[in-house]
Design a protein around this ligand. Structure first.
Ligand SMILES: Nc1nc2c(ncn2[C@@H]2O[C@H](COP(=O)(O)OP(=O)(O)OP(=O)(O)O)[C@@H](O)[C@H]2O)c(=O)[nH]1
Ligand SMILES: [Mg+2]
Length: 243
């Protein structure tokens, strides 16, 4: 049985499935997310005498409920609470990719930022100051090339440190305008009262301020139904690698 669950999040085409395939090999199965037409892949890998279950989330540019893909990725992070979320970024377009990383950091602190395609960045002459990015984001940051299996060990080391609770990252706290901060301060106590501390209160307050109906309905559904984990309904459809 897997000891920890790791989710892969990131923009489309950043190499999530390449990393997923590299790590899980044939120990994977794919299927549709319960009730949705979104493809999900789940697999298993071992590292340092520990077994990890890995979920390859759909690639998205944001987690703001603009599409079913975004809802699936968002719900997984919020409701299934993976032990670690790896945010996979494309080293050749970091600025655009960091947007999603910041969104995930508002949802959970158990994050490793994984800058992929480092080989491609090198080829293009792009230099990346990993230490600076790590310092600014407040979570472990590693550079890898999933396709060439470079940096994988460093990545897994950080994943295990977070999963096992040996490190507890304190991500950057994004400060909004005074007006928004005031509204957040008003909303947060009642969210905490209704939901307890099981969800990231500030993030939920931000989504509510944004009028995120889809999140509200997911929350209501979650609170009224005894739902089983959606991933339990993922059927085994053979052992094809995912894309
Ligand atoms: N040069 C290079 N290419 C890579 C690397 N990792 C992945 N790729 C390529 O990037 C492309 C996208 O990879 P995928 O693994 O399909 O990306 P993804 O994030 O799963 O994409 P979506 O499922 O659409 O979100 C493929 O052509 C990969 O071969 C890498 O480390 N270096
Ligand atoms: Mg993919």
């Amino acid at each position: 049985m897997s000891q920890y669950t790791v989710a892969l999040a990131g923009n489309p085409n950043t190499g999530k499935s390449t990393l997923f395939n590299t790590l899980t090999g044939l120990r994977q199965h794919t299927g549709n997310w319960a009730g949705k037409t979104v493809m999900m892949a789940e697999g298993e890998f071992s590292y340092d005498d520990t077994t990890f279950r890995m979920i390859d989330l759909p690639g998205t540019y944001s987690l703001y409920s603009n599409s079913t893909d975004e809802e699936v990725a968002r719900d997984y992070i919020i409701f299934e609470k993976p032990d670690v979320t790896i945010v996979v970024l494309d080293a050749t377009s970091l600025e655009r990719n960091l947007n999603l990383a910041l969104q995930v950091l508002e949802m959970t602190n158990r994050v490793v930022v994984c800058i992929n395609l480092i080989d491609e960045a090198k080829r293009l002459g792009v230099r990346i100051d990993l230490q600076k990015i790590e310092q600014r984001l407040g979570v472990p940051t590693v550079a890898i090339s999933a396709r060439n299996r470079i940096g994988i060990d460093k990545l897994l080391k950080q994943v295990k440190l977070i999963a096992s609770g040996q490190i507890n990252p304190r991500p950057i706290h994004i400060q909004y305008s005074d007006d928004i901060e005031r509204k957040l301060a008003e909303l947060e106590p009642s969210i905490r009262e209704n939901l307890g501390s099981q969800y990231p209160t500030r993030w939920i307050a931000l989504r509510l301020l944004d009028g995120d109906e889809s999140l509200l309905s997911s929350l209501k559904k979650r609170m009224t139904e005894e739902t089983s984990s959606p991933m339990k309904e993922v059927a085994s459809y053979g052992r094809t690698a995912c894309h």
